[in-house]
Design a protein around this ligand. Structure first.
Ligand code: ZN
Ligand code: ZN
Length: 224
């Protein structure tokens, strides 16, 4: 029998955790200290790969014109009448900061979230390093703070942003999918479809259609 020397960094929250006879939960055994087990790593990587879609949906839902944002350009006009959604806007900023922090430590160029998704194996193996983070100040505003994070911290922080995005957007994991087609009302590629309800939602203009109606309205030529 192999001897397990270390425990998955997720500890009691490990996806492959086990319970001992005296009712304690333990993370799965790993070879390297301070690392994630395969189950936790794969789950976090899958979450991070969703961040690009999260970002465009959140940017649309935030109500700010896309021209102020980085990332892929979405065609269509901005609708200044849409109120700013603070939760979505805050999360857009958090994704921009966290992805910028780690993309510059990785090989490759381009959009930060693409660089990160293409280098997840490198990212998780990064040694501990000093990073600068913005922390909310009790009296308001933000403070710059130095802290130490390694690649596992980075992967967990990015994966947590996807979990937050799922809540803010009201998406059910595995059930709502982003469509590539833009919304025919506002022109933004900010549309998801729920596999369960077959309802299509635009996160920019907040219109909802049944998916049959959406295809008909979005593509009148095909329906004719
Ligand atoms: Zn684990
Ligand atoms: Zn729309």
């Amino acid at each position: 029998m192999e001897t397990v020397e270390h425990e998955c960094r997720q500890g009691r929250r490990c996806k492959a955790r086990t319970r001992t006879a005296d009712d304690h939960w333990h993370g799965a055994g790993v070879e390297k200290p301070e690392s994630l087990c395969r189950a936790c790593e794969q789950s976090a990587f899958a979450d991070i790969r969703e961040l690009g879609d999260d970002y465009s949906l959140l940017a649309a839902a935030s109500g700010k014109p896309q021209s102020q944002r980085g990332g892929p350009k979405v065609s269509g006009s901005s609708e200044p009448s849409i109120p700013i959604n603070l939760a979505a806007d805050t999360l857009v900023t958090a994704i921009e900061e966290e992805s910028a922090r780690w993309a510059r430590r990785l090989p490759g160029e381009g959009w930060e979230l693409t660089v990160i998704s293409s280098n997840l194996g490198v990212l998780v193996g990064l040694p501990p390093q000093r990073v600068t983070v913005w922390a909310p100040h009790p009296d308001g505003g933000d403070d710059i703070r130095e802290t130490v994070m390694d690649g596992v911290d980075a992967v967990l922080a990015l994966a947590a942003l996807h979990q937050r995005a799922t809540k803010v957007l009201g998406l059910e994991p595995e059930r709502d999918q982003k469509l590539d087609e833009p919304c025919h009302v506002c022109g933004w590629a900010a549309v998801t479809v729920s596999v369960k309800t077959q309802l299509v939602t635009c996160h920019r203009c907040h219109n909802v259609w049944h998916q049959d109606e959406f295809s008909r309205l979005n593509n009148p030529l095909a329906a004719a």
